[in-house]
Design a protein around this ligand. Structure first.
Ligand SMILES: Cc1cc2nc3c(=O)[nH]c(=O)nc-3n(C[C@H](O)[C@H](O)[C@H](O)COP(=O)(O)OP(=O)(O)OC[C@H]3O[C@@H](n4cnc5c(N)ncnc54)[C@H](O)[C@@H]3O)c2cc1C
Length: 423
Protein backbone atom coordinates (compact mmCIF):
# COMPACT_ATOMS: atom_id res chain seq x y z
CA UNK A 1 0.00 0.00 0.00
CA UNK A 2 1.28 3.49 -0.85
CA UNK A 3 2.38 5.41 2.25
CA UNK A 4 2.55 9.18 2.90
CA UNK A 5 4.05 10.87 5.95
CA UNK A 6 2.97 14.25 7.24
CA UNK A 7 3.16 16.20 10.46
CA UNK A 8 -0.49 17.28 10.39
CA UNK A 9 -3.29 15.47 8.56
CA UNK A 10 -6.56 17.35 8.09
CA UNK A 11 -9.47 15.03 7.24
CA UNK A 12 -12.18 16.96 5.38
CA UNK A 13 -11.53 20.26 3.60
CA UNK A 14 -14.81 22.01 4.46
CA UNK A 15 -15.30 25.21 6.47
CA UNK A 16 -13.33 24.03 9.49
CA UNK A 17 -10.84 21.87 7.52
CA UNK A 18 -9.84 24.49 4.97
CA UNK A 19 -9.02 26.97 7.72
CA UNK A 20 -7.37 24.32 9.91
CA UNK A 21 -5.03 23.30 7.08
CA UNK A 22 -4.01 26.89 6.33
CA UNK A 23 -3.47 27.62 10.04
CA UNK A 24 -1.31 24.51 10.52
CA UNK A 25 0.84 25.30 7.47
CA UNK A 26 1.23 28.95 8.44
CA UNK A 27 2.45 27.76 11.83
CA UNK A 28 5.18 25.76 10.08
CA UNK A 29 3.80 22.24 10.24
CA UNK A 30 3.96 20.15 7.09
CA UNK A 31 0.29 19.57 6.41
CA UNK A 32 -1.82 17.32 4.20
CA UNK A 33 -5.54 17.88 3.72
CA UNK A 34 -7.73 15.14 2.25
CA UNK A 35 -11.20 15.88 0.92
CA UNK A 36 -13.77 13.56 -0.66
CA UNK A 37 -14.96 16.23 -3.15
CA UNK A 38 -12.94 17.68 -6.03
CA UNK A 39 -12.74 21.04 -4.25
CA UNK A 40 -12.53 22.51 -0.76
CA UNK A 41 -15.08 24.70 1.02
CA UNK A 42 -17.54 22.10 2.37
CA UNK A 43 -21.05 23.44 2.75
CA UNK A 44 -20.19 26.62 0.80
CA UNK A 45 -19.04 24.85 -2.36
CA UNK A 46 -20.42 21.32 -1.90
CA UNK A 47 -23.96 22.45 -1.04
CA UNK A 48 -23.86 25.98 -2.44
CA UNK A 49 -24.43 28.02 0.74
CA UNK A 50 -23.42 31.70 0.47
CA UNK A 51 -23.64 32.72 4.15
CA UNK A 52 -20.89 33.63 6.60
CA UNK A 53 -22.98 33.27 9.76
CA UNK A 54 -21.31 33.48 13.14
CA UNK A 55 -19.07 36.32 11.97
CA UNK A 56 -20.89 38.92 14.05
CA UNK A 57 -23.13 39.35 17.06
CA UNK A 58 -26.69 39.27 15.68
CA UNK A 59 -27.84 42.06 17.99
CA UNK A 60 -25.06 44.59 17.38
CA UNK A 61 -23.27 43.51 14.20
CA UNK A 62 -19.96 43.50 16.16
CA UNK A 63 -17.47 41.17 14.45
CA UNK A 64 -16.56 38.41 16.94
CA UNK A 65 -14.50 36.06 14.75
CA UNK A 66 -11.44 37.54 13.08
CA UNK A 67 -8.35 35.67 11.87
CA UNK A 68 -8.55 33.58 8.70
CA UNK A 69 -12.39 33.70 8.35
CA UNK A 70 -12.30 37.51 8.24
CA UNK A 71 -9.32 37.32 5.87
CA UNK A 72 -11.50 35.19 3.55
CA UNK A 73 -14.25 37.82 3.60
CA UNK A 74 -11.68 40.52 2.83
CA UNK A 75 -10.33 38.47 -0.09
CA UNK A 76 -13.91 38.09 -1.35
CA UNK A 77 -14.30 41.87 -1.22
CA UNK A 78 -17.04 41.65 1.45
CA UNK A 79 -15.15 43.25 4.38
CA UNK A 80 -12.15 45.41 5.21
CA UNK A 81 -9.28 44.10 7.36
CA UNK A 82 -9.91 46.42 10.30
CA UNK A 83 -13.66 46.45 10.08
CA UNK A 84 -15.35 46.09 13.47
CA UNK A 85 -19.03 45.72 12.47
CA UNK A 86 -20.84 43.92 9.67
CA UNK A 87 -24.37 42.72 8.87
CA UNK A 88 -24.48 39.42 10.82
CA UNK A 89 -26.35 37.44 8.10
CA UNK A 90 -25.50 39.41 5.04
CA UNK A 91 -21.89 39.22 4.10
CA UNK A 92 -22.91 36.73 1.40
CA UNK A 93 -20.53 35.14 -1.05
CA UNK A 94 -21.49 36.37 -4.50
CA UNK A 95 -20.17 33.25 -6.24
CA UNK A 96 -19.55 29.83 -4.76
CA UNK A 97 -17.35 29.06 -7.82
CA UNK A 98 -15.17 32.02 -6.82
CA UNK A 99 -14.95 30.55 -3.33
CA UNK A 100 -13.63 27.31 -4.86
CA UNK A 101 -10.86 29.28 -6.55
CA UNK A 102 -10.06 31.19 -3.38
CA UNK A 103 -9.83 27.92 -1.47
CA UNK A 104 -7.52 26.49 -4.18
CA UNK A 105 -5.33 29.56 -3.95
CA UNK A 106 -5.10 29.37 -0.15
CA UNK A 107 -4.28 25.67 -0.26
CA UNK A 108 -1.60 26.01 -2.95
CA UNK A 109 0.03 29.16 -1.55
CA UNK A 110 2.27 27.34 0.92
CA UNK A 111 4.35 25.15 -1.40
CA UNK A 112 5.39 21.80 0.08
CA UNK A 113 4.17 22.85 3.56
CA UNK A 114 0.59 22.27 2.49
CA UNK A 115 -0.38 19.41 0.19
CA UNK A 116 -3.90 18.57 -0.94
CA UNK A 117 -5.59 15.36 -2.02
CA UNK A 118 -9.04 15.88 -3.52
CA UNK A 119 -11.25 12.94 -4.49
CA UNK A 120 -9.95 11.20 -1.40
CA UNK A 121 -12.15 9.57 1.22
CA UNK A 122 -10.99 8.72 4.73
CA UNK A 123 -12.16 5.17 5.36
CA UNK A 124 -10.21 3.60 8.23
CA UNK A 125 -8.11 4.55 11.23
CA UNK A 126 -5.30 2.58 12.95
CA UNK A 127 -5.00 3.28 16.67
CA UNK A 128 -2.31 2.00 19.02
CA UNK A 129 -1.65 3.00 22.61
CA UNK A 130 -4.20 5.82 22.53
CA UNK A 131 -2.66 7.42 19.42
CA UNK A 132 -3.68 7.37 15.78
CA UNK A 133 -0.84 5.61 13.97
CA UNK A 134 -2.28 5.88 10.49
CA UNK A 135 -5.35 6.95 8.55
CA UNK A 136 -6.33 4.90 5.52
CA UNK A 137 -7.81 6.78 2.60
CA UNK A 138 -9.23 5.60 -0.71
CA UNK A 139 -8.66 7.41 -3.97
CA UNK A 140 -7.47 6.76 -7.54
CA UNK A 141 -4.17 5.39 -6.13
CA UNK A 142 -6.24 2.71 -4.38
CA UNK A 143 -5.93 2.45 -0.61
CA UNK A 144 -3.28 4.82 0.76
CA UNK A 145 -1.83 4.73 4.29
CA UNK A 146 -1.15 8.19 5.74
CA UNK A 147 1.13 8.35 8.78
CA UNK A 148 0.63 11.65 10.63
CA UNK A 149 1.87 13.04 13.92
CA UNK A 150 -1.41 14.86 14.56
CA UNK A 151 -4.84 14.32 12.97
CA UNK A 152 -7.61 16.90 12.73
CA UNK A 153 -11.10 15.50 12.16
CA UNK A 154 -13.08 18.09 10.21
CA UNK A 155 -15.33 15.60 8.39
CA UNK A 156 -18.45 17.13 9.98
CA UNK A 157 -19.52 13.59 10.86
CA UNK A 158 -16.64 12.78 13.27
CA UNK A 159 -15.73 9.88 10.96
CA UNK A 160 -12.12 9.71 12.16
CA UNK A 161 -12.96 10.06 15.84
CA UNK A 162 -15.70 7.42 15.59
CA UNK A 163 -13.50 4.93 13.76
CA UNK A 164 -10.71 5.63 16.29
CA UNK A 165 -13.05 4.55 19.10
CA UNK A 166 -13.79 7.99 20.58
CA UNK A 167 -17.30 8.11 22.10
CA UNK A 168 -19.76 10.15 20.07
CA UNK A 169 -23.36 11.26 20.46
CA UNK A 170 -25.96 11.36 17.74
CA UNK A 171 -29.57 12.45 18.00
CA UNK A 172 -32.09 10.27 16.19
CA UNK A 173 -33.96 11.68 14.45
CA UNK A 174 -31.32 14.24 13.54
CA UNK A 175 -32.14 17.60 12.01
CA UNK A 176 -33.31 17.08 8.42
CA UNK A 177 -31.09 17.35 5.36
CA UNK A 178 -31.57 19.97 2.63
CA UNK A 179 -30.60 20.01 -1.03
CA UNK A 180 -30.11 23.59 -2.20
CA UNK A 181 -30.87 24.47 -5.82
CA UNK A 182 -30.94 27.40 -8.19
CA UNK A 183 -33.41 28.42 -10.87
CA UNK A 184 -32.45 30.89 -13.60
CA UNK A 185 -34.43 33.46 -15.51
CA UNK A 186 -37.04 34.13 -12.83
CA UNK A 187 -39.01 37.38 -12.99
CA UNK A 188 -39.19 38.88 -9.52
CA UNK A 189 -42.37 40.43 -8.14
CA UNK A 190 -43.71 41.07 -4.62
CA UNK A 191 -46.09 38.05 -4.55
CA UNK A 192 -43.54 35.55 -5.84
CA UNK A 193 -42.59 33.89 -2.54
CA UNK A 194 -46.16 33.74 -1.20
CA UNK A 195 -47.38 32.17 -4.47
CA UNK A 196 -44.49 29.71 -4.50
CA UNK A 197 -45.34 28.76 -0.90
CA UNK A 198 -48.99 28.19 -1.73
CA UNK A 199 -48.05 25.83 -4.57
CA UNK A 200 -45.77 23.83 -2.24
CA UNK A 201 -48.51 23.64 0.36
CA UNK A 202 -50.98 22.24 -2.21
CA UNK A 203 -48.39 19.76 -3.45
CA UNK A 204 -47.75 18.63 0.12
CA UNK A 205 -51.50 18.17 0.73
CA UNK A 206 -51.79 16.17 -2.50
CA UNK A 207 -48.92 13.90 -1.46
CA UNK A 208 -46.56 15.17 -4.15
CA UNK A 209 -44.07 16.58 -1.62
CA UNK A 210 -43.50 14.55 1.55
CA UNK A 211 -42.03 17.52 3.44
CA UNK A 212 -40.72 21.05 2.83
CA UNK A 213 -40.04 24.34 4.60
CA UNK A 214 -40.14 28.04 3.78
CA UNK A 215 -39.52 28.34 0.93
CA UNK A 216 -36.34 30.34 1.44
CA UNK A 217 -36.33 31.80 -2.04
CA UNK A 218 -33.60 34.41 -2.33
CA UNK A 219 -31.98 36.38 -5.12
CA UNK A 220 -28.38 36.63 -3.90
CA UNK A 221 -26.32 35.48 -6.90
CA UNK A 222 -28.03 37.37 -9.73
CA UNK A 223 -31.07 39.57 -10.23
CA UNK A 224 -33.04 36.83 -12.01
CA UNK A 225 -31.59 33.75 -10.30
CA UNK A 226 -33.56 32.21 -7.44
CA UNK A 227 -31.54 30.34 -4.83
CA UNK A 228 -33.82 28.01 -2.92
CA UNK A 229 -33.70 26.25 0.39
CA UNK A 230 -36.98 24.44 0.85
CA UNK A 231 -36.17 20.73 0.52
CA UNK A 232 -36.45 18.88 3.81
CA UNK A 233 -35.46 15.22 4.04
CA UNK A 234 -35.23 13.40 7.38
CA UNK A 235 -32.56 10.71 7.62
CA UNK A 236 -29.32 9.43 9.05
CA UNK A 237 -26.37 10.70 7.02
CA UNK A 238 -23.97 8.30 8.75
CA UNK A 239 -25.83 5.37 7.17
CA UNK A 240 -24.64 4.97 3.56
CA UNK A 241 -27.95 3.57 2.27
CA UNK A 242 -30.00 6.20 4.08
CA UNK A 243 -27.77 9.02 2.81
CA UNK A 244 -28.24 7.71 -0.73
CA UNK A 245 -32.01 7.57 -0.24
CA UNK A 246 -32.00 11.15 1.10
CA UNK A 247 -29.96 12.42 -1.87
CA UNK A 248 -32.42 10.79 -4.31
CA UNK A 249 -35.46 12.12 -2.40
CA UNK A 250 -33.95 15.63 -2.22
CA UNK A 251 -33.33 15.68 -5.97
CA UNK A 252 -36.87 14.46 -6.70
CA UNK A 253 -38.39 17.10 -4.39
CA UNK A 254 -36.31 19.92 -5.92
CA UNK A 255 -37.46 18.87 -9.39
CA UNK A 256 -41.10 18.67 -8.24
CA UNK A 257 -40.88 22.20 -6.81
CA UNK A 258 -39.35 23.57 -9.99
CA UNK A 259 -41.87 21.82 -12.25
CA UNK A 260 -44.89 23.06 -10.25
CA UNK A 261 -43.60 26.63 -9.98
CA UNK A 262 -42.92 26.73 -13.71
CA UNK A 263 -46.44 25.50 -14.38
CA UNK A 264 -48.31 27.58 -11.81
CA UNK A 265 -46.40 30.63 -10.55
CA UNK A 266 -46.19 33.77 -12.69
CA UNK A 267 -42.55 34.78 -12.96
CA UNK A 268 -41.33 31.19 -13.40
CA UNK A 269 -42.78 30.65 -16.90
CA UNK A 270 -39.43 31.12 -18.70
CA UNK A 271 -37.25 29.76 -15.92
CA UNK A 272 -34.82 26.85 -16.11
CA UNK A 273 -33.18 24.61 -13.53
CA UNK A 274 -29.52 25.62 -13.21
CA UNK A 275 -28.11 23.22 -10.65
CA UNK A 276 -28.59 21.51 -7.34
CA UNK A 277 -26.09 20.54 -4.68
CA UNK A 278 -23.72 19.07 -5.74
CA UNK A 279 -24.32 17.27 -2.40
CA UNK A 280 -27.34 17.27 -0.11
CA UNK A 281 -26.55 19.38 2.96
CA UNK A 282 -26.16 17.52 6.25
CA UNK A 283 -26.99 19.53 9.34
CA UNK A 284 -26.41 17.04 12.10
CA UNK A 285 -24.76 13.67 12.68
CA UNK A 286 -22.19 12.58 15.27
CA UNK A 287 -20.64 14.88 17.84
CA UNK A 288 -17.62 13.71 19.81
CA UNK A 289 -17.74 13.53 23.57
CA UNK A 290 -14.54 15.44 24.21
CA UNK A 291 -12.66 16.62 27.28
CA UNK A 292 -15.42 19.19 27.77
CA UNK A 293 -18.97 19.06 26.40
CA UNK A 294 -20.29 22.57 25.71
CA UNK A 295 -23.92 22.98 26.81
CA UNK A 296 -26.72 25.40 25.97
CA UNK A 297 -26.51 26.55 29.59
CA UNK A 298 -22.83 27.50 29.10
CA UNK A 299 -23.85 29.44 26.03
CA UNK A 300 -26.86 31.22 27.49
CA UNK A 301 -25.14 32.04 30.77
CA UNK A 302 -22.01 33.16 28.86
CA UNK A 303 -19.79 30.96 30.95
CA UNK A 304 -16.18 32.15 30.66
CA UNK A 305 -13.45 29.61 29.90
CA UNK A 306 -9.73 30.35 30.37
CA UNK A 307 -9.04 28.09 27.40
CA UNK A 308 -11.56 29.81 25.08
CA UNK A 309 -10.23 29.69 21.50
CA UNK A 310 -13.15 31.07 19.50
CA UNK A 311 -16.39 32.96 20.03
CA UNK A 312 -19.82 31.72 18.99
CA UNK A 313 -22.83 33.99 18.58
CA UNK A 314 -25.48 32.33 16.37
CA UNK A 315 -28.93 31.55 17.77
CA UNK A 316 -29.95 28.03 18.83
CA UNK A 317 -30.94 26.98 15.33
CA UNK A 318 -32.75 23.63 15.22
CA UNK A 319 -34.78 22.55 12.21
CA UNK A 320 -37.74 20.21 12.90
CA UNK A 321 -38.56 17.05 10.94
CA UNK A 322 -41.85 18.35 9.62
CA UNK A 323 -43.20 20.87 7.16
CA UNK A 324 -42.98 24.46 8.37
CA UNK A 325 -44.47 27.29 6.37
CA UNK A 326 -42.54 30.51 5.86
CA UNK A 327 -39.79 29.59 8.26
CA UNK A 328 -37.06 26.99 8.65
CA UNK A 329 -37.40 26.72 12.42
CA UNK A 330 -40.28 25.62 14.57
CA UNK A 331 -42.79 28.53 14.33
CA UNK A 332 -44.20 27.74 17.78
CA UNK A 333 -40.81 27.92 19.52
CA UNK A 334 -39.19 31.32 20.12
CA UNK A 335 -35.70 31.99 18.81
CA UNK A 336 -33.12 31.78 21.56
CA UNK A 337 -30.41 34.30 20.75
CA UNK A 338 -27.32 34.17 22.99
CA UNK A 339 -24.83 36.97 23.44
CA UNK A 340 -21.33 36.13 22.13
CA UNK A 341 -20.00 33.16 24.11
CA UNK A 342 -16.77 31.22 24.65
CA UNK A 343 -15.94 27.88 23.01
CA UNK A 344 -13.18 26.16 25.00
CA UNK A 345 -10.20 24.31 23.54
CA UNK A 346 -11.25 21.20 25.51
CA UNK A 347 -14.23 20.78 23.13
CA UNK A 348 -11.69 20.08 20.37
CA UNK A 349 -9.76 17.30 22.13
CA UNK A 350 -10.65 13.90 23.51
CA UNK A 351 -9.56 11.80 26.47
CA UNK A 352 -9.16 8.60 24.42
CA UNK A 353 -6.89 9.60 21.51
CA UNK A 354 -4.08 12.00 22.35
CA UNK A 355 -3.05 13.12 18.85
CA UNK A 356 -6.57 13.93 17.61
CA UNK A 357 -8.30 17.31 17.30
CA UNK A 358 -11.92 17.71 16.19
CA UNK A 359 -13.29 20.96 14.76
CA UNK A 360 -16.49 22.13 13.10
CA UNK A 361 -19.98 20.77 13.60
CA UNK A 362 -18.75 17.50 15.15
CA UNK A 363 -16.85 19.12 18.04
CA UNK A 364 -17.86 18.30 21.60
CA UNK A 365 -21.17 19.98 22.40
CA UNK A 366 -24.70 18.91 23.27
CA UNK A 367 -27.16 18.83 20.37
CA UNK A 368 -28.70 22.08 21.57
CA UNK A 369 -25.36 23.89 21.91
CA UNK A 370 -24.16 22.53 18.55
CA UNK A 371 -27.24 24.00 16.87
CA UNK A 372 -25.48 27.35 17.43
CA UNK A 373 -21.79 26.37 17.12
CA UNK A 374 -22.35 24.54 13.79
CA UNK A 375 -22.56 27.64 11.56
CA UNK A 376 -19.90 28.40 8.94
CA UNK A 377 -17.72 31.05 10.58
CA UNK A 378 -17.82 29.48 14.05
CA UNK A 379 -16.70 26.21 12.41
CA UNK A 380 -13.90 28.09 10.62
CA UNK A 381 -12.79 29.69 13.90
CA UNK A 382 -12.61 26.24 15.49
CA UNK A 383 -10.60 25.13 12.46
CA UNK A 384 -8.07 27.90 12.98
CA UNK A 385 -7.73 26.91 16.65
CA UNK A 386 -7.28 23.23 15.78
CA UNK A 387 -4.73 23.89 13.01
CA UNK A 388 -2.74 26.21 15.26
CA UNK A 389 -2.82 23.73 18.15
CA UNK A 390 -1.74 20.88 15.87
CA UNK A 391 1.30 22.81 14.66
CA UNK A 392 2.13 23.89 18.20
CA UNK A 393 1.98 20.28 19.40
CA UNK A 394 4.33 19.17 16.60
CA UNK A 395 6.77 21.98 17.37
CA UNK A 396 6.78 21.22 21.09
CA UNK A 397 6.99 17.46 20.59
CA UNK A 398 3.78 16.92 22.56
CA UNK A 399 0.20 15.81 21.87
CA UNK A 400 -2.77 18.17 21.32
CA UNK A 401 -4.61 16.49 24.22
CA UNK A 402 -1.74 17.45 26.53
CA UNK A 403 -1.29 20.97 25.21
CA UNK A 404 -2.38 23.87 27.39
CA UNK A 405 -5.49 25.53 25.98
CA UNK A 406 -4.26 28.81 27.43
CA UNK A 407 -1.12 28.56 25.31
CA UNK A 408 -3.21 27.84 22.18
CA UNK A 409 -5.31 30.88 23.00
CA UNK A 410 -2.19 33.07 23.43
CA UNK A 411 -0.77 31.99 20.08
CA UNK A 412 -4.14 32.62 18.37
CA UNK A 413 -4.40 36.06 19.93
CA UNK A 414 -0.85 36.91 18.85
CA UNK A 415 -1.97 36.05 15.30
CA UNK A 416 -5.10 38.22 15.36
CA UNK A 417 -7.52 35.36 16.03
CA UNK A 418 -8.89 33.65 19.17
CA UNK A 419 -11.94 34.61 21.19
CA UNK A 420 -13.57 38.01 21.12
CA UNK A 421 -13.38 39.76 24.46
CA UNK A 422 -15.62 42.66 25.38
CA UNK A 423 -13.58 45.81 25.86
C1 LIG B 1 -28.68 22.72 4.31
C2 LIG B 1 -27.84 23.49 5.27
C3 LIG B 1 -28.04 24.84 5.42
C4 LIG B 1 -27.24 25.57 6.29
N1 LIG B 1 -27.44 26.91 6.39
C5 LIG B 1 -26.53 27.65 7.05
C6 LIG B 1 -26.57 29.07 7.00
O1 LIG B 1 -27.46 29.67 6.40
N2 LIG B 1 -25.55 29.75 7.60
C7 LIG B 1 -24.52 29.12 8.24
O2 LIG B 1 -23.58 29.76 8.70
N3 LIG B 1 -24.51 27.78 8.36
C8 LIG B 1 -25.46 27.04 7.79
N4 LIG B 1 -25.42 25.67 7.86
C9 LIG B 1 -24.50 25.02 8.82
C10 LIG B 1 -23.03 25.03 8.46
O3 LIG B 1 -22.80 25.49 7.18
C11 LIG B 1 -22.29 23.73 8.65
O4 LIG B 1 -22.61 23.15 9.86
C12 LIG B 1 -20.80 23.98 8.50
O5 LIG B 1 -20.50 23.72 7.16
C13 LIG B 1 -19.94 23.17 9.40
O6 LIG B 1 -18.60 23.16 8.90
P1 LIG B 1 -17.77 21.82 8.90
O7 LIG B 1 -16.41 22.18 8.42
O8 LIG B 1 -17.92 21.15 10.20
O9 LIG B 1 -18.51 20.89 7.83
P2 LIG B 1 -18.48 20.97 6.24
O10 LIG B 1 -18.38 22.37 5.78
O11 LIG B 1 -19.65 20.16 5.80
O12 LIG B 1 -17.14 20.21 5.86
C14 LIG B 1 -16.94 18.82 6.01
C15 LIG B 1 -16.04 18.37 4.87
O13 LIG B 1 -15.55 17.06 5.09
C16 LIG B 1 -15.66 16.30 3.90
N5 LIG B 1 -15.77 14.90 4.31
C17 LIG B 1 -16.76 14.32 5.01
N6 LIG B 1 -16.48 13.04 5.26
C18 LIG B 1 -15.27 12.80 4.69
C19 LIG B 1 -14.44 11.65 4.64
N7 LIG B 1 -14.80 10.50 5.23
N8 LIG B 1 -13.28 11.74 3.96
C20 LIG B 1 -12.91 12.90 3.34
N9 LIG B 1 -13.66 14.03 3.39
C21 LIG B 1 -14.82 13.98 4.07
C22 LIG B 1 -16.87 16.86 3.21
O14 LIG B 1 -16.82 16.62 1.82
C23 LIG B 1 -16.77 18.34 3.55
O15 LIG B 1 -16.03 19.08 2.59
C24 LIG B 1 -26.23 24.92 7.04
C25 LIG B 1 -26.04 23.55 6.90
C26 LIG B 1 -26.83 22.84 6.02
C27 LIG B 1 -26.60 21.39 5.87
Amino acid sequence: MKQIRTEVLVCGGGCAGLVAAVAAARNNASTLVVERAGFAGGIITAVGLPFFDGIADKRTGRIVVRGIPLELLVKLGRAKPNQTHIHPHNPTIDSTERFKLLADQLLTDHGEMLRVLFHTMVCEVEVQGGRIQAVIVANKDGLVRIVPQVVIDTTGDADVAHWAGVPTEQLRPAMPMTLHFRIGHVRRHPQLVAQARRVLQEAHQQGLLPMFYGPGLIFCFAHDEAYIHAVRVPGDATDAFDLTRAEIQGRADACTMFRLWKEKVPGFENSYFITSGPYIGIRETRRVVGQYVLTAEDILQRRRFDDAVVTGCWYLDRHPNRTTLGTANDPSAPWVQPRPYDIPYRTLITSQVSNLLVAGRCHSATAEAASSTRVTVTAMGMGQAAGTAAALAVRKGTQPAELSGLMVREVLESQGAGPFTDP
